[in-house]
Structure formats: structure tokens, C-alpha cells
Ligand binder design. Structure first.
Ligand code: FUB
Length: 348
């Protein structure tokens, strides 16, 4: 009898732990939020000086009604997370940049990224200017966790959202960026901002992400942003109707065995997909899914190598159950011998 009561108690404890780990999720997650005291999203991870730094958006409840332009994502600052190893203690390094210290920015500090060159760390971040047009700003610091000092103007020629800054083996840096719908990429298809530009029709070619090489100062483009072609196995560009494969937002670039892997979110179909190319400008041939849809509308990620293993940083809404209050996570990513990525399902 005593042992029956003991077993029942154990079962109850196990069930409680599982429910706590799941948070608001209906399914069991494969990994837990890196931090729980603030909401974080869009994690761009890097290894600097042997330590892992995660540059996320800092979600908060602004009380703004949800819409297709993402008005409810009304973020106003950045906090940088750091850890010595995956699975180790995670430190929140406090406010690294506040919108009140960015002269040109009006609202919505969205997904950032960071880079290091010659003793200086650079934080790249999208924000709407005072006329509600997204541009990409840059701020610098001697410390990877900040605080960062922002330039007075956004990067000249920059637009839209979700910068990813990639350093190639020869020391060149490239910024990949863009996001449709609320990210306004559809308004820049002529190279100029067209306020009332429409989204593509289903039978039209999908809008393409952009890339521009960064100048030696890390604060400018050396060229007009170029379109990045993502093609199918026959070399054909995707149509807008191929919305389970075409680009939407959340660009990331990493190199694996000499090939360039461009990964991105498909937005309204919620996949993180990838396409592989032979140089930083593409074209990139679609290969498949990296991360299947997570709980919450958005899907966003970064892929880095740490001590010979590869990791996917991503987010879901485990803590809040609300699309605009997300939490960042990490899990191992594995390749097949042919270089394709084994797709990740974030829930068991
Ligand atoms: O965090 C705001 C936006 O949501 C990001 O810029 C997108 O990538 C999506 O995650």
C-alpha cells in the first residue's frame, strides 16, 4: 500500500514537471527557454572570445492590437544574453541599446544581429524611422554585450528588416536582409519606397531577399543591395504561390564544408527553410526545411558552430502562449553526409 501511494506521488510529480516544462504549449518541447524573466525572440547567436552571445529582440506587452503588419511587436530595446557553453548558465547583460538613444528611430526595434571587426562589436538593428519606414541602423561597442552607441542615421541605402551580417573566410562582410508584409520589402521592389505598393499575386514571382557588401567601416554598404535568387532544383525562381518555400523574412547565412547556406522563414507557412549556393550572392538552390513550424505565428533562427557541433537557435511561445511574447531556445542541428540538414521538429 505504502509503495502504491509512493508510486502515485511520483507519477503526480512527473506530470507536474512536464506541465511546467510545457508552459502553455499543447505539445512537449524538445528544449527549454534560455531565460524566463524577460520575453526574447529572433535569436542571432555568435561565438566571440570563446563565449556564446545571443542577440535577440526583447518582446514586451505594449497593449497594441495584433494585425498583419506586426504592430503588436512594439519592442523598444535590446538585451544581450551570454553563456560559456550550450546548456550552461545564461546571463542577461541588461539594456544594450534603448530606442531613446537612437536619434532616427520612431518605433519597433525588430530582429537584430551583430558582428566583430578590429576590436569593435557592431549591433545591426531594424527600426521604423519617424515616418514609419523601416531602415537598418548600426551601433558599436568595445564589449560584445554592449552598451552600444548608435549612429545618428540608419545605414545609407538600407531598408526593410531582419539584418544578418555574415563574415566570409576572406574577411569580407555581407548583410542579408528583408521581410515582407509588416517588414515592407514589397514597398522597395523598384529600389525606392513606394508607400502603396501591393504584395505579389499568386502567379507572380516571389519577392526576393537582398544582400549588400559592407564597407570597411562596417557602417555602410559598398554597393546597391542586390536581389538574392532562391531557385528550385530546375533553376526556376519560386512564385508567390509557393509560400511553403519562398522567402518571407528572417535571413541567416552560414557556411558548411565550403558551401553557402542561406536560411529564412517562409512567414505565413511558418517554416525555416534553406537553400545552398557557391558564393555569398547566390543563386541558392532550395534544399528543404531546417525547422518545422513552432508554436506562435513567427519562426526565426540562427545557425552556428560551437566546438565542432552545430546549433539552431530559435524561438517559440512556450512561456506566454502569445505570438508577440516569445522565448529563445537552442537545440543541436545535424547534417546528413551529403550536406543536407536533418529537419528539426521542436516538439515530441
Ligand atoms: O520580432 C519582430 C519580427 O517578427 C521579426 O523581425 C521577424 O523576423 C519576426 O520574427
Amino acid at each position: 500500500m505504502r509503495s502504491k501511494i509512493f508510486s502515485a506521488a511520483l507519477l503526480l510529480i512527473a506530470a507536474t514537471v512536464t506541465a511546467q516544462e510545457k508552459g502553455t504549449l499543447k505539445k512537449t518541447p524538445i528544449s527549454q527557454p534560455l531565460v524566463k524573466h524577460i520575453f526574447t525572440a529572433d535569436p542571432s547567436a555568435h561565438v566571440f572570445n570563446g563565449k556564446i552571445y545571443v542577440y535577440p529582440s526583447h518582446d514586451f506587452e505594449a497593449g497594441i492590437k495584433e494585425d498583419d503588419l506586426g504592430s503588436h511587436f512594439a519592442m523598444r530595446d535590446y538585451h544581450i544574453l551570454s553563456m560559456d557553453s550550450v546548456g550552461g548558465k545564461v546571463t542577461d547583460n541588461g539594456i544594450a541599446l534603448d530606442i531613446k538613444n537612437v536619434a532616427w528611430a520612431g518605433r519597433q526595434m525588430w530582429a537584430p544581429d551583430a558582428a566583430f571587426k578590429n576590436g569593435t562589436y557592431y549591433l545591426y538593428f531594424p527600426a521604423k524611422d519617424k515616418s514609419d519606414v523601416f531602415h537598418i541602423g548600426v551601433a558599436s561597442s568595445k564589449n560584445p554585450a554592449g552598451p552600444f552607441t548608435a549612429e545618428k542615421e540608419p545605414i545609407k541605402g538600407s531598408f526593410s528588416i531582419d539584418p544578418c551580417v555574415f563574415k566570409d573566410d576572406n574577411g569580407s562582410y555581407y548583410m542579408y536582409f528583408g521581410g515582407i508584409w509588416g517588414g515592407q520589402l514589397q514597398k522597395w521592389t523598384t529600389g525606392k519606397y513606394i508607400a502603396d505598393a501591393q504584395l505579389r499575386k499568386p502567379n507572380e514571382e516571389a519577392i526576393l531577399p537582398r544582400v549588400a557588401k559592407l564597407g570597411a567601416d562596417m557602417k555602410s554598404f559598398t554597393e546597391e543591395p542586390r536581389n538574392i535568387k532562391i531557385v528550385d532544383s530546375n533553376g526556376k525562381l519560386f512564385l508567390e504561390s509557393n509560400n511553403d518555400k519562398r522567402f518571407f523574412e528572417a535571413a541567416w547565412m552560414h557556411k558548411y564544408k565550403g558551401k553557402y547556406y542561406f536560411s529564412y522563414s517562409t512567414g505565413d507557412t511558418h517554416n525555416i527553410c534553406y537553400a545552398v549556393g557557391d558564393n555569398p550572392y547566390g543563386p541558392f538552390t532550395y534544399k528543404g526545411v531546417v525547422l518545422k513550424p513552432v508554436e506562435g505565428w513567427t519562426n526565426h533562427h540562427s545557425i552556428i558552430e560551437v566546438k565542432g557541433k552545430w546549433y539552431l537557435f530559435y524561438h517559440d511561445v512556450q512561456i506566454s502562449g502569445k505570438t508577440h511574447l516569445r522565448n529563445v531556445k537552442v537545440t543541436e542541428l545535424k547534417y546528413n553526409t551529403d550536406g543536407t540538414i536533418i529537419p528539426i521538429e521542436a516538439y515530441k
